[in-house]
Design a protein around this ligand. Structure first.
Ligand code: ADP
Ligand code: ADP
Ligand code: MG
Length: 678
């Protein structure tokens, strides 16, 4: 076995490879860019070398620099992960030339499978079924158009060098072909430096089913069954599972044999994936066609590890060392069902636009990391990390395993509920809805699933206003309690010598504004009223701190809420769903608009009843300053901070308008409105 390997990648896959290497007693070298100086993968390895700027072209794609790093640290082999240089035959060759082992297939196999068109020509010869299409070398636009006409619309134009879902265009009508071809070529040239395309019949409701294969240098080749990766957005996978639901053993065997034949046709060594597109025939059976081969470890390899009990990175290291495959085809068995969800920094509501920002909160469910478990969490980030625009938006993968699909699905739902991301957009709640959708839950899988289920997936609030508001109120009260001193004048529990105190909260929830009233009873008995009219919910609010959050009871529901506060925004996560609610501080806002710092203003129009202080008085935070009467209520204005009263600007009995400055305090204007019934 190798003593030391270099991992030419970043993020979760670099951490993943490092974990297996460590378990096997193999030392690891990380490489990193400027942006990744403090990244998790750097900490995961025994040594780390800086290799350049943040853009991939200045670091993770610098083949020569990475080879030098391996030589400088005495690494014997390079694991390329996925993406970056993993499918670069030139890099694999350069490693060999430098006396380093490339942990992957031989350069010739990468080259043979690297271009979709060329690989399809090879597969045709090997007798592997293909989607009807054109994959010739002649790229004359008139010929391509004639081929599209022959195949019949809709067709899909694909960049032959494409990958990662990029460089594809569907064409529904002959008259749109020329423009789509131009656009596809332009994108292919920009993304892959090569504008050759192929054309395929566009299947309307296909499934993406792929087979994991493994070859060794002794001529053995096996498959480790299939994965269904049909649930996609932008031609990229979002949920993956193994085995594929509904897969008959006979079909599994045929697809496995086709995949092994494909691998053998290019003398494949190492881990690879043969991707098929499958279409249901009228009689319910599946037709499958070769789509492409990915000559590397795949993002979704953990679902295969879960059902086979194998560690594919260990297999890669063993095979790269010249060892035979650990198991024969007959020894491989499927155990249970596994599902992977890709947690990405992206906004599903904005066409899955990747998001950047700081991971203010990154709470992941409990589970194993980079190895077997009922819940496995493979993550390449840590709380506090900046997610930059330089790399792909994958934050973490949740992989669940159960005896049945239903059990795996239940574990996935639970794991997603415990995944708390704050600070940037993520697809966590979307994934949860997706996993719960009728189509996914009942395994009606095909690549149109997200479009078909869109009503259930987009523009949804999983958690209604009542619980969101209750959680935000409870969080506020707990926060105030925590900051309270021992003396009775700083108590914020609503104690009041003349009657019940009511406190008004104003929220922005979704596109709407909402008001909640909290009544303070004796002995911390709270009563909450949220919303108005028919939608109003009222009742006791019972809450208390619990492990990682708050136990909460309101409006007939009892739940656990984790609440994270970012400025005015409360991010609420519960098993029932997650949402964000904005607690608007009316007084602070009135002050912001109407008055510069140092002033205290009326939250609404009303009559000034009394001042509790005089100019020159020293006041402490929370101390009453004035009482305003409005809407049949007395509004108690309290000092936002310790300070000195500079000037009173009205006299008792004066009518004041909203935003009117009542008095000046030598302190910042952030007031909590306390209100009491008259
Ligand atoms: P997988 O195929 O392993 O399921 P993806 O298709 O999402 O996963 O690709 C894995 C990673 O490799 C992604 O970061 C993707 O952007 C990148 N990738 C895949 N193919 C290419 C390519 N030809 N050129 C550049 N990046 C690629
Ligand atoms: P990439 O290299 O980007 O992974 P693929 O050729 O593997 O490109 O295709 C990516 C996805 O596009 C597939 O998983 C599938 O959802 C969709 N797709 C590819 N070919 C077809 C086709 N002929 N008809 C319908 N959908 C297709
Ligand atoms: Mg693909």
């Amino acid at each position: 076995m190798f003593q030391k390997i270099l991992i030419a990648n970043r993020g979760e896959i670099a951490c993943r490879v490092a974990a297996t290497a460590r378990r096997m007693g193999v030392k690891t070298v990380a490489v990193y860019s400027d942006a990744d100086a403090h990244a998790r993968h750097v900490a995961a390895c025994d040594e780390a070398l800086h290799i350049g700027g943040s853009a991939p072209g200045e670091s993770y794609l610098r083949a020569q620099r990475i080879i030098e790093a391996a030589q400088a640290t005495g690494a014997q082999a390079i694991h390329p992960g996925y993406g970056f240089l993993s499918e670069n035959a030139g890099f694999a060759q350069a490693c060999a030339d430098a006396g380093l082992v490339f942990i992957g297939p031989p350069p010739s196999a990468i080259r043979d499978m690297g271009f979709k068109a060329g690989s399809k020509q090879r597969m045709e010869k090997a007798g592997v079924p293909l989607v009807p299409g054109y994959h010739g070398a002649d790229q004359d636009p008139a010929l391509l158009r004639a081929e599209a006409d022959r195949i019949g619309y809709p067709v899909l134009i694909k960049a032959s060098a494409g990958g990662g879902g990029k460089g594809m265009r569907t064409v529904d009508r002959a008259q749109d072909f020329a423009a789509a071809l131009d656009a596809c070529r332009r994108e292919a040239r920009n993304s892959f430096g090569d504008d050759a395309v192929l054309i395929e019949k566009y299947l309307q409701r296909p499934r993406h089913i792929e087979i994991q294969v493994f070859g060794d240098s002794h001529g053995n080749c096996v498959h480790l069954f299939e994965r269904d990766c049909s649930v996609q957005r932008r031609y990229q996978k979002l949920l993956e599972e193994a085995p594929a639901p509904g897969m008959a053993p006979e079909l599994r065997a045929r697809m496995g044999q086709a995949a092994v034949a494909a691998a053998r046709a290019v003398n494949y060594v190492g881990a690879g994936t043969v991707e098929f597109i499958a279409e249901q025939r009228a009689d319910g059976t599946l037709d499958f066609f070769f789509m492409e081969m990915n000559t590397r470890l795949q993002v979704e390899h953990p679902v295969t590890e879960a059902i086979t009990g194998q560690d594919l990175v260990e297999w890669q290291l063993r095979v790269a060392c010249g060892e035979p495959l650990p198991l024969t085809q007959e020894q491989l068995r499927i155990n249970g069902h596994a599902i992977e969800a890709r947690i990405c920094a992206e906004n599903p509501e904005k066409d899955f636009l990747p998001a950047t920002g700081t991971l203010a909160v990154c709470g992941l469910p409990e589970g194993t990391a980079f190895e077997h478990g009922a819940v496995r969490v493979d993550s390449g980030v840590r709380q506090g990390d900046a997610i930059s625009p330089f790399y792909d938006p994958l934050l973490a993968k949740l992989i669940v395993h159960g005896a049945t699909r239903a059990q795996a699905l239940a574990r996935l739902d639970e794991a997603l509920a415990r995944t708390h991301i704050v600070g940037l957009d993520s697809n966590v709640q979307f994934l949860r809805r997706l996993a719960r959708s009728d189509s996914f839950a009942s395994a009606r899988l095909d690549t149109t699933l997200i479009a078909r289920e869109q009503a259930a997936l987009f523009q949804r609030e999983d958690l209604g206003l009542p619980l969101a508001a209750a959680a935000a109120v409870a969080q506020t009260l707990l926060r105030e309690r925590a900051s309270e001193g021992a003396d009775p004048f700083s108590r914020r529990d609503g104690f009041c010598s003349h009657g019940l105190l009511r406190r008004r909260f104003e929220f922005a929830f979704g596109d709407a504004r909402a008001t909640a009233w909290l009544t303070y009873g004796r002995g911390a008995n709270w009563h909450l009223t949220v919303g108005e009219g028919a939608a109003q919910q009222a009742g006791p609010l019972v809450f208390g701190p619990a492990a990682q959050g708050i136990d909460l009871q309101f409006a007939g529901l009892r739940t656990h809420a984790a609440v994270y506060t970012q400025g005015e925004v409360e991010h609420v996560f519960t098993p029932l769903g997650a949402t964000r609610i904005v607690a608007i501080d009316l007084l602070a806002h009135a002050g912001e608009v109407e008055a510069p710092a140092g002033r205290l203003t009326a939250p609404m129009p009303g009559k000034l009843l009394s001042f509790a202080v005089r100019a020159g008085d020293k006041v402490r935070q929370g101390q009453p300053l004035a009482v305003l009467e409005a809407m049949k209520m007395e509004h108690l204005i309290v000092a936002p901070l310790d300070g000195v009263v500079q000037e009173l600007l009205y006299a008792p009995g004066d009518q004041v308008s909203e935003g009117a400055e009542l008095l000046r305090l030598s302190a910042e204007p952030r007031i909590t409105p306390h209100m009491m019934d008259k």
